[in-house]
Design a binder for this molecule. Structure first.
Ligand SMILES: [Zn+2]
Length: 391
């Protein structure tokens, strides 16, 4: 992914500073243009109040308009029986969160991905095998498909293979969660891409495991709305990022899905929402809302985070800033969502801006991850997905 050169630049001095790290590492910023700070911050005493007020207002709006996960998207309103009864009770919330397993997320799901995953190479094959075998080991019947193709790249033809996993492919609507599993070819060093994007992939796999019982039941009931996971290959550019040298897997898959018939029109129009995770795993991510079409879902994430914090269910607590920020993003970011966004899919882009300090450096390893942040993100996302799917 890259930040669009024309947009404001991400800046380390913006207050979203990462955890202390050994030695100064430059934060690479692609493209020309001077560095610019994030939006000016209000005087210090006002800081805790403004986001809080904004959150409260957002929460009020959301709670009033919550029912109907499909409203505002391309599809018609679902029948009343399918509408969301509202946020879960505290007891239901605690029961749901108990399905997460931090040791499984870290040891069984993330660690096996922490190696080089260059498209077409043995690391990529191993990662794909890991993803597929985990989903096959679950009780829910995941329909698994590989989108395999060869495309020209600046380094010659390369074979790419994205994994598409869907619980109930015939369901008329889908909540899609996506990440990329390839790693960037960095000159002169092994790059394991812990945040880029092993952690996002592990989060998706953990969500599938935590929701397995619910998804299994739901799959047997012929649901109207189902869950789809996209593990995309070839997000990274081989040379300089361009329209043709980047997003190989996402471009191929979006075109293929748009051409495929489906009760909703096509597999692309069946997507009620695409939630794309990238560059997650470092401490104190600042995640912003990027699109008006999905802003209410972003507010839902912010509200869930706030609620879990209030209940003391997150490691992250004040004065730590929230993950989901209500300030405008520092600028647009090009990523795997684009081929879907351009075809009309509402997108939630969960990527921190500024990017992690170790972005596209050999330092993007397990040692520079922040496990409590990863576990907190898993909790917020789990509640979000469970609410969206009305599980
Ligand atoms: Zn990257």
């Amino acid at each position: 992914m890259r930040q669009v050169p024309a947009g404001p630049r991400r800046a380390r001095a913006a207050g979203s500073s990462p955890a202390p790290a050994p030695g100064p590492l430059p934060v690479p910023v692609p493209g020309p243009g001077p560095s610019r700070g994030l939006l000016p911050r209000p005087p210090r005493p006002a800081r805790p109040l403004l986001p809080l007020l904004a959150l409260l207002a957002a929460a009020a709006v959301l709670f009033l308009s919550w029912p109907g996960g499909e409203r505002g998207t391309a599809g018609p309103d679902p029948p009343k029986s399918l509408r969301d009864p509202g946020p879960p009770s505290e007891r239901a919330l605690r029961t749901l969160l108990a399905h997460l397993d931090p040791a499984r997320l870290w040891g069984s799901l993330l660690r096996p991905l922490l190696h080089e995953r260059l498209p077409g190479g043995p690391g990529s094959r191993a990662a794909r095998q890991h993803i597929v075998s985990h989903l096959r080991s679950l009780g829910a019947r995941w329909h698994l498909e590989l989108d395999t193709f060869v495309a020209p790249t600046p380094r010659g033809p390369v074979a790419f293979s994205s994994v598409v996993a869907t619980v109930a492919p015939v369901a008329s609507r889908r909540l899609a969660l996506g990440c990329h599993y390839d790693t960037k070819a960095l000159p002169g060093g092994t790059f394991v891409g812990a945040t880029d994007a092993a952690v996002p992939c592990a989060l998706l796999l953990e969500l599938a495991a935590a929701l397995d019982g619910h998804l299994r039941e739901r799959g047997e009931q012929d649901p109207a709305l189902t869950l789809q996971l996209l593990f995309l290959d070839g997000e990274e550019a081989f040379e300089a990022w361009s329209d043709s040298d980047s997003l190989y897997g996402a471009r191929h898959l979006a075109a293929k899905m748009a051409a495929r018939g489906h009760p909703a029109g096509s597999e692309v129009t069946a997507m009620s929402l695409l939630v794309l995770l990238d560059l997650l795993g470092a401490a104190r991510p600042a995640i912003h809302s990027h699109f008006p079409e999905s802003h209410r879902w972003f507010l839902r994430l912010a509200t869930i985070e706030q609620r879990l914090r209030r209940l003391g269910l997150l490691y992250s607590a004040p004065p730590e800033p929230p993950f989901f920020r209500l300030e405008p993003p520092p600028g647009p970011v090009e990523d795997d969502h684009l081929p879907f966004l351009r075809r009309g899919v509402p997108v939630l882009h969960l990527i921190p801006t500024p990017f992690p300090r170790v972005w596209h450096t050999p330092g993007d390893t397990e040692a520079n991850l922040h496990p409590p942040t990863v576990q907190d993100l898993a909790k917020v996302l789990l509640v979000f997905v469970a609410e969206f799917l009305q599980l």
